[in-house]
Design a protein around this ligand. Sequence first.
Ligand code: SMG
Ligand code: MG
Length: 369
Amino acid sequence: MKIEAVELRRVRLPLVSPFRTSFGTQTVRDVLLVRVEGPDGEGWGECVAMSEPLYSYEFVDAAQAVIRDHLAPRLAALDDVTAHRVAPALGAVKGHPMAKAALEMAVLDCELRARGEPLGAFLGAVRDTVPSGVSVGIAGSIPELIDTVAAYLERGYMRVKLKIEPGWDVEPVRAVRERFGDDLLLQVDANTAYTLADARHLARLDAFDLLLIEQPLAEDDVAGHSVLSGKMKTPICLDESITSAAAAADAVGRGACSVVNIKAGRVGGYLEARRVHDVCAAHGVPVWCGGMLETGLGRAANLALAALPNFSLPGDISASDRYWHTDLTAPFVLEEGHIRVPTGPGLGVSPDPDVLAHATTSAEVVRLR
Ligand code: SMG
Ligand code: MG
């Protein structure tokens, strides 16, 4: 396949409600979409980089620049572009996994559409629907948090993740556990907000029978997570630290985590994400699919990934209406706590042209031939 052009399009989508984490508050998503034009049609990718480099060092303006100036031109040098050739062709460029993942996703969608193959089937999906969890931001007060969680549970979400930070951890977790009972599947995510000096405090969370605590310490502190795992009973799950399948093997081997959050953007693409899945499966480590406030395009791909066998915990793949008033694609809906894995070729979804046009703030085209 010869890619003729790469379109870089920015869309602005306001969130239905602000989402506060230990690193900041999101009220709107400024999303970079990547559309490749091949000989027989197009393919769509979504870049999960946020506006500011707070979750990781990547941010959306930098992702667009690196795709335009350094990644897309490297695809032009290939005679025959396939999704499997994208990562090796981009390998000389250091870092920027979210930018690379978006470009690979677009090529993969284009390739699979051309041959009529759904992404789920290509990746090795073993289920038609995926259990849906919801990530709940830091609230203004405990009563407000309880109301928010109650509303999500009424909609049928099967697992709740509470965002935590120093000053918003033991008490909100206790309140949610007491109000909703022992059967609620509950976990927390600190987004690197603690240090090893907080180990005794974090161990107080052991009283609440959490599924896991996600990324309590810094991204580069795998050793610290190993130490922490000896000081608390709650299983440790890594997100930010897992940047590749090799990093996953290393973290698991060093006892830093017993669960892994997989995000294709963070590891450089859906092909590497599948390798993370495989390496964890080989070690008996369960995985789940993380979320980056994606539009329906990224959500479609995440559903395909989450349908793999070792995704044994509900992920952060919520229904479209948890994020957007109007999604870019046909909305994903909850059906008894599950979301259907798309079955059409490639991602199985496309942006609605009117919604896309309305949300677009800029577009540029990089011609490759
Ligand atoms: O897409 O439902 C979603 C968001 C899930 O909490 C979520 N993501 O660290 O796991 C995480 C965060 C990162 C993005 S916060 C803006
Ligand atoms: Mg996380």
